[in-house]
Design a binder for this molecule. Structure first.
Ligand code: 0O2
Ligand code: 0O2
Length: 219
């Protein structure tokens, strides 16, 4: 077993801290330009040692392969208001030169059997250590607030059942995940309607003298 976990995990801790600052910086930049940020908030964690050891056993990951084969020792989570924001964030990440995207998994269009939805990105990220540069893997999960609400509660209920929910509960959780996704879709549609209404002014839209014509915010 790894003799010094603190030493092993140090580059991962550094990566999580740096990436939290960088990803929160995206939000700040949008705010400074008076634009709605596609990022609501960012969290991050280094996987606790007992969870790493449990996953190594479950996935038959040898100690020598841990760095390559366990992609989520460093984990970042980006929460967004709307599903469209997720894809905007993914595009922004693709353009960055300080990280390399290795894998993308779209669990939004291909939800997991549990009902879980999120967009997962595995990156290679270089950390600068006193011994030189070290490239580590990190997993970024991008999800809406509704997806996060479902995943957080399902994850905590999982502890109770150790991942083995009775069939009836699994079915209810799947239905709850669908309800959360419907809410996401509805919120996006409401937002689109509001945006359309704002663009529809007597100057640029037809029927300006109709009593039913929507008014822009400036009216
Ligand atoms: P801000 O400026 O308010 O966004 P840190 O010490 O902050 O680096 P820590 O304490 O480990 O990191 O926290 P973590 O778990 O990485 O992230 C917590 C951040 O997520 C906090 O932001 C919370 O405000 C934010 N957060 C958590 N849950 C919610 C939520 O439901 N809604 C919103 N809007 N934000 C949430 P900070 O650090 O205060 O920064
Ligand atoms: P944590 O830190 O507790 O969140 P595997 O880990 O074997 O399931 P893989 O291929 O390593 O799968 O990665 P995958 O499926 O892309 O992402 C795994 C992570 O996605 C999990 O990490 C969860 O964070 C999240 N996830 C995947 N499926 C579900 C689900 O059904 N419910 C919830 N709540 N989260 C899910 P860990 O390992 O659980 O770590």
């Amino acid at each position: 077993m790894i003799a010094n976990w603190d030493q092993f995990l140090l580059p991962y801790q550094q990566a999580v801290s740096e990436l939290k600052v960088k990803l929160r910086g995206i939000r700040k930049q949008f705010e400074n330009r008076n634009q709605r940020p596609p990022i609501e908030f960012v969290t991050g964690r280094v996987k606790p040692v007992p969870s790493i050891v449990e996953k190594m056993t479950r996935r038959h990951v040898a100690e020598e392969r841990l760095e390559q084969d366990m992609q989520d020792i460093a984990g970042l989570r980006i929460m967004c208001q709307f599903v469209e924001d997720i894809y905007q964030v993914v595009d922004l990440l693709r353009q960055r030169t300080d990280l390399t995207i290795l894998e993308e998994r779209d669990y939004i269009h291909n939800e997991k059997p549990s009902g879980y939805r999120s967009y997962h990105i595995v990156i290679e990220y270089p950390v600068q250590l006193v011994t030189g540069e070290k490239k580590i893997l990190a997993e970024i999960q991008v999800r809406t607030l509704a997806m996060n609400f479902w995943a957080t509660i399902e994850h905590s209920l999982n502890y109770k059942y150790q991942g083995d929910f009775p069939t009836e509960l699994s079915a209810r959780l799947q239905r709850a995940a669908e309800a959360a996704f419907k809410l996401d879709t509805e919120m996006s549609e409401i937002r689109e309607e509001i945006q359309e209404a704002q663009h529809y002014t007597p100057q640029n839209g037809a029927g300006g003298d109709s009593p039913d014509a929507p008014h822009s915010k400036e009216d």
